[in-house]
Design a protein around this ligand. Structure first.
Ligand SMILES: [Zn+2]
Length: 261
């Protein structure tokens, strides 16, 4: 059976994680990267990995920019540092200046920058890649990542401008795309522009995805095949070629232990 890696899923938010793991394994998902967004999700992902051997689960330790002012922020950093050796990446971290009320709030932006900088320090210290959430702050995220001396980074669900994308790629970083590549013109443009070898696929599960009835339903990692097929169509390559290329890219970025393809 062909196997695929979902490079971004949030199992702490999935209602029935065991059913999602089983269904994803049945469709050929061999590996799932689990970015944390707060203390609880970082703890949840480590416990989930301890309880399930297949698909292989790879926690990443992070505090999402949307949660930087939570009461548990300091506890989260203590926990992340203590368990960073068990992680394949630092993230999900970054900046989110998408909303007007955040853009208008200098204090909020400062808080996000400070938390992001702490993640970048951890990534350098532990020599780990960074999963970057850069919505509405693409240029500033790239500037912070490069000036921190980070060597590996995934600009997750990249939907930003092409000039920043060019510099992301020139710096040797990669982008990941979700099932949104089926319908988002921003994501499609990014995938058209980036070389296939610099693209990862993900679901951001349980991010909602459209189904034939017209509804939007929560995704599971098995839906990553939809992102792959859309990438192959945009790049004009076979699904097999796209699969081999995105899997190789994921293994290189995340240095996946025990990956056999
Ligand atoms: Zn995410």
């Amino acid at each position: 059976m062909q196997t695929i890696i979902d490079t971004h899923a949030h199992f702490h938010d999935i209602v029935d994680p065991v059913a999602a793991l089983q269904a994803s394994a049945a469709s050929g998902v061999s590996d799932i990267i689990l970015p944390g967004v707060d203390l609880r999700s970082n703890q949840c992902h480590l416990a989930l990995r301890a309880a399930h051997a297949w698909p292989r689960l790879h926690p990443a330790m992070g505090l999402h920019p949307a949660y930087v002012s939570d009461a548990s922020t300091e506890d989260c950093f203590v926990f992340m540092r203590a368990h960073m050796a068990e992680a394949v990446a630092v993230g999900e971290t970054g900046l989110d200046f998408h909303y007007k009320w955040v853009r208008a709030d200098e204090g909020k932006k400062k808080e996000q920058r400070a938390a992001f900088a702490r993640h970048l320090d951890l990534a350098r210290e532990f020599d780990l890649p960074v999963i970057v959430h850069s919505r509405g702050a693409w240029r500033e995220c790239l500037d912070m990542v490069t000036s921190a001396g980070i060597r590996r980074a995934d600009f997750h669900w990249y939907s930003g401008p092409e000039d920043v994308l060019k510099d992301v790629l020139d710096a040797g970083f990669v982008i990941s795309c979700s099932v949104a590549v089926e319908y988002s013109t921003e994501v499609q443009r990014a995938i058209l522009y980036a070389p296939l070898g610099s693209i990862l696929v993900e679901t951001d599960a349980p991010a909602k995805i459209p189904v034939p009835s017209g509804e939007r339903v929560p995704s599971i990692p098995g839906d990553v095949w939809r992102a792959l097929r859309a990438v192959a169509a945009i790049k004009g390559v076979t699904v097999d070629h796209a699969l081999a290329t995105v899997n190789a890219c994921a293994c290189a970025v995340f240095n996946l232990p025990g990956f056999k393809g």
